[in-house]
Design a protein around this ligand. Structure first.
Ligand SMILES: NC(=O)c1ccc[n+]([C@@H]2O[C@H](COP(=O)([O-])OP(=O)(O)OC[C@H]3O[C@@H](n4cnc5c(N)ncnc54)[C@H](O)[C@@H]3O)[C@@H](O)[C@H]2O)c1
Length: 254
């Protein structure tokens, strides 16, 4: 255990079975939060829970399919029934698709938006009544592509991540009266199973890194550190912002 800064908190982390969200779940647990690892990948989710528990933290798995309203409603009800509290929500679960706009079908557009953007909306909606009781913090995992565009992923992915920033700003304003802070993180290219898909060959990664002043791709733990700041007391006057975790990629001088 690194600290007890999140002792008394119950965190729902969507996407906790893999990559960035897995690292976030581990980090929140290391600081004392009880973590509900929420994912549709039961096997990966169980491994994240096992790792947290073996390290002395508290966690349990929750099945959630964020593309399905009934599943999301049930998942949040289950967490609340088990713990009596939900004070942190990390909206991390997402998919990437790489079809470029001219070839993208309505079905694929809807699939990506339904998971990446509408899924986060569903989780916010279901978490809100529970978070209202105790105040809370929400972190949405957007992407630098939601700010800069770029064609690494498709238009649907970019638009979903830009939409998540808008949703963050709306929710930060609307939830402020309830003592709930809502912020977003925009990771740059991060080494996870998601970046192993599509055009992410070694050459593509090398090209991405060549634009990063800090000279490397991000690790999931880099993102988890920024999430930790946004859910902790240290950021108690911070809401409605986006934090780039991108190695300085978007400075004006490069
Ligand atoms: N890896 C990157 O380079 C990068 C960069 C910027 C932003 N991001 C964002 O970070 C977040 C995590 O990405 P990652 O790279 O760790 O991806 P990942 O593929 O490793 O993990 C995503 C997780 O989401 C889960 N998931 C997918 N659809 C779901 C659904 N319908 N319901 C519930 N769970 C579902 C998957 O099972 C998986 O465990 C995503 O929001 C992604 O867009 C990633």
């Amino acid at each position: 255990m690194k600290s007890e800064r999140l002792k008394g908190d119950v965190a729902v982390v969507t996407g906790a079975a893999s990559g960035i969200d897995r690292a976030v779940a581990l980090e929140l647990a290391r600081h004392g939060a009880v973590v509900a690892c929420a994912d549709l990948n039961a096997e990966g989710n169980a491994l994240t829970v096992k790792e947290i528990v073996e390290a002395g933290g508290e966690a349990f798995p929750v099945h959630i399919d964020i593309s399905d309203s009934a599943s999301v409603k049930q998942a949040f009800a289950d967490v609340y029934e088990k713990t009596g509290k939900i004070s942190i929500l990390i909206n991390g679960a997402a998919i990437a698709r790489f079809t470029q706009l001219p070839e993208c079908t309505d079905e694929e557009w809807d699939l990506v938006m339904n998971i990446n953007l509408t899924g986060a909306f569903r989780c916010l909606r279901e978490a809100y009544p529970y978070m209202k009781e105790s105040g809370g913090r929400v972190v949405q995992i957007s992407s630098t592509s939601g700010k800069s565009g770029g064609s690494w992923a498709g238009a649907h992915y970019v638009a979903s991540k830009a939409g998540l920033i808008g949703l963050t700003k709306y929710a930060a304003g609307y939830f402020a009266k309830d003592g709930i802070r809502v912020n977003a993180i925009c990771p740059g290219a991060t080494e996870t199973p998601l970046t192993d898909q599509g055009e992410s060959t070694e050459a593509t990664i090398a090209a991405m890194v060549s634009n990063v002043p800090l000279g490397r791709i991000a690790q999931p733990e880099d993102v988890a550190g920024a999430v930790m700041y946004l859910v902790s007391e240290e950021s108690s006057y911070v809401t409605g912002i986006t934090v780039d975790v991108a190695g300085g990629r978007y400075m004006y001088n490069n």
